[in-house]
Design a protein around this ligand. Structure first.
Ligand SMILES: NC(=O)c1ccc[n+]([C@@H]2O[C@H](COP(=O)([O-])OP(=O)(O)OC[C@H]3O[C@@H](n4cnc5c(N)ncnc54)[C@H](O)[C@@H]3O)[C@@H](O)[C@H]2O)c1
Ligand SMILES: [Fe+2]
Length: 384
């Protein structure tokens, strides 16, 4: 067996209503001044008032920072960190989608140990300590509550990642009640993002290991089994809880066995066309699964058999095609844009996208099959 390293969030609470019991989770560490990081959509959805009120009722001082933007830009991260410092916060709570959680990670770091963002992009460059950090996801999702990554949009339209073991949160809190009102479109997009995390972790060229494999398979079983229900009947908390758990497990997997070409080709759609992260993944997923098929057939067949025991005796070629068809069916059944032309991309933009994707080499290098600029263009053309 190849040697491997595995790191994850040390404490996980999966409990309905847990967002109303954050004080109990926090006070184990003796914190008094909580800085809660979220976005205006979460406030409007009515998801912030009750958790904040229960923290205050337990005697904590709480500041709600609600100015996170999707694909958080640098200036928002810096403003939030300064506010936490001014506030003398002694702990940070991220409550929201990946944008809020990623911002909360950097607030916890920069409030305790100011350092220029430009110095810490890339792997293991950040310096600690950081403030205690609890992450409460409201999408399922990015898995950010179980990854060492925070993705930030730079002023020159790039997405850069701070990747540091310091950014694994102290606690991940999965409360299905928070996700019940997420509308069908965002539920589908974020759910497909989580599936892609599991698939890319399972087929990654680097750092694939027995722990990440086990987590990716279980994640995909949960996500595949419950995405349709969560999209069609958002109030079904069994589906919602399974999606949150699947997203967490996929996050644990790709934190240790990194994502690849689907995320690399999704990146420029986000930075150039402001396509939401999950939707961008969904738009390029199937063309890349097809592109990878010649080298990933065995791995796709294993995933297919894990999802459908009826394929146990099928040959790899048949099972792998069934896997791609199953993923394609999830996209087709989702109430989201299906093609690049539906999200404002013109045919003449495709070469620019292909050029931009080639700069995401930190992810492309993980893809099971080498992908050239012409290959990227062919994928975008299929997705158009
Ligand atoms: N850290 C990581 O490992 C990692 C992995 C993948 C993606 N990301 C990043 O995460 C971000 C995307 O996160 P996301 O897809 O979760 O979306 P998001 O956090 O950008 O949220 C999207 C929208 O959904 C709304 N929303 C969220 N939860 C809701 C709920 N329960 N009910 C009603 N509305 C709700 C928000 O208000 C927001 O308007 C991107 O910046 C991406 O780069 C990070
Ligand atoms: Fe993702």
């Amino acid at each position: 067996m190849p040697s491997f390293h595995f790191e994850t969030t040390p404490r996980i609470v999966c409990e309905r209503g847990a967002a109303l019991r954050l004080a109990r989770i926090l006070q184990a560490g003796g914190q008094r001044r909580a800085f809660l990081v979220t976005d205006p959509g979460l406030v409007a959805a009515g998801l912030i008032d009750a958790p904040a009120a229960t923290l205050r009722a337990a005697g904590l001082h709480v500041t709600v920072y609600d100015r996170v933007e999707a694909d958080p830009p640098e200036h928002v991260v810096l403003e939030a960190a300064q506010a936490a410092r001014d506030d003398r916060a002694d702990c940070v709570i991220g409550l929201g989608g990946g944008s809020s959680l990623d911002t909360a990670k950097l607030v916890a770091l920069l409030a305790a140990h100011p350092q220029p963002l430009a110095d810490i992009y890339g792997p293991q460059r950040a310096r600690g300590p950081r403030l205690p950090l609890i992450q409460v996801p409201t999408t399922a999702g990015t898995g950010s509550e179980a990854t060492p990554t925070s993705v930030v949009s730079t002023p020159d339209h790039q997405k850069r990642g701070v990747i540091s073991s310091l950014l694994f949160p102290d606690v991940a809190v999965l409360d299905a009640e928070l996700t019940a009102a997420l509308p069908p479109g965002p539920t589908a997009m974020t759910g497909i993002d989580a599936m892609v995390h599991a698939i890319e972790a399972y087929t990654t060229r680097h750092k694939k290991n027995p722990m990440s494999d086990m987590l990716a398979v279980r994640a995909l079983q949960l996500l595949h089994g419950h995405l349709g229900g969560a999209v069609r009947q958002g109030g079904n908390l069994d589906d919602r809880e399974a999606m949150l758990l699947g997203s967490l497990l996929a996050g644990m997997a790709f934190a240790n066995a990194p994502v690849a070409a689907i995320h690399a080709l999704a990146h420029p759609l986000g930075s150039h066309f402001h396509v939401p992260h999950g939707l961008a993944n969904s738009l390029v997923m199937v063309p890349i699964l097809r592109f990878n098929l010649p080298v990933a057939e065995g791995a796709y067949a294993e995933l297919a058999r894990a999802l459908d025991p009826g394929l146990r005796d099928a040959a790899d070629a048949e099972a792998a095609l069934a896997f791609i068809a199953a993923m394609q069916a999830h996209v087709a059944a989702s109430p989201i844009p299906q093609r690049l032309r539906d999200v404002g991309v013109g045919e003449s933009d495709l070469p620019v996208l292909a050029e931009a994707a080639m700069t995401v080499d930190r992810l492309l290098m993980n893809n099971p099959r080498d992908l050239t600029r012409d290959d990227a263009l062919a994928v975008y053309t299929q997705a158009f």
